[in-house]
Write a protein that binds this ligand. Structure first.
Ligand code: GLP
Length: 261
């Protein structure tokens, strides 16, 4: 696990954006795993700047989002499908039929969950997965107690997550759905490179657990300690609970040029 403590969100955006640009330049048909929420926004902004400057084209990529609320129509402005198209994929020129999101409003949600796993596999697997971190340690919507071997399925959101996400619902917690369809922890472990993004003091405890805690369903993000290629992009506040922060800074400063992202 590589931990990079950045000076600000712009640096996080640049590093994440560079990783995506490098991947897509080498592999124009790359498969990206996308996260919604506020954490990946600087990365999306950086990639869109590169697209506008003709540094990279994302027209050939496919995307799979991590999760979706149950009970919101897909065209609802706060649905994760609407959000990812609005904040990233439409502006990046990725055709809508290659922007995949879990079909949480399907009549048969279990079949939709299996179909999502099948679609990821049929696309050749996810090359690069962006991941945000919940304050209680979730990745995607794998709340505490999630099986470390889980696949795409319905989960019940914690009250903490519903209250954290109320800001996307005009501050109205009662409008936040209670359930979601989310990829599982094993689904995320199957991806080839995971980039975790966390900013702000509210994520410091979850970050400390992710990097230095014991692997446990209590802090689902800790499963990433078993993934062979994880990059954690943090600001100073999110890194404030790390015991070995000085070592991570030292390792980053001395990173050899031949070592890839
Ligand atoms: C949300 C989403 C995740 C997101 C995470 C962090 O509830 N299910 O996909 O990455 O929690 O959210 P944010 O980046 O807005 O803090």
């Amino acid at each position: 696990m590589e931990v990079v403590i950045c000076s600000d969100a712009d640096e996080i955006g640049r590093l994440g954006g560079q990783a995506i640009a490098d991947l897509v330049s080498a592999r124009p048909g790359a498969v990206l795993g996308l996260a919604t929420g506020s954490s990946p926004r600087p990365v999306y902004a950086d990639v869109l700047r590169r697209v506008d400057a003709d540094e990279v084209s994302l027209k050939g990529v496919s995307t799979f989002s991590l999760d979706e609320y149950v009970g919101l129509p897909e065209d609802h402005p706060v649905s994760y499908r609407a959000e990812i198209r609005r904040v990233f994929t439409d502006a990046a020129g990725i055709p809508a039929d290659r922007v995949h999101t879990p079909r949480a409003s399907a009549d048969d949600v279990e079949a939709a969950a299996q179909a999502y796993e099948d679609a990821i596999r049929d696309a050749g697997g996810i090359d690069l997965q962006l991941v945000g971190l919940g304050t209680e340690g979730h990745i995607a919507f794998n709340e505490p107690g999630s099986s470390l071997a889980s696949r795409t399925r319905i989960k019940t959101l914690t009250e903490q997550t519903r209250s954290d996400n109320a800001r996307f619902f005009d501050g109205d917690v009662s409008a936040v759905p209670h359930h979601c369809l989310t990829v599982g922890l094993a689904t995320i472990l199957d991806t080839r490179h995971v980039i975790v993004i966390a900013t702000g003091e509210s994520k410091a405890k979850a970050v400390a657990q992710l990097v230095e805690g014991a692997v446990s369903a209590r802090w689902p993000a800790t499963v990433l300690q078993a993934h062979p290629h994880v990059t954690v992009l943090l600001d100073e506040a999110a890194a404030s609970g790390l015991e070995l922060a000085d070592y991570y800074r030292y390792a980053w400063e001395h990173k050899p040029g031949w070592q890839g992202p």
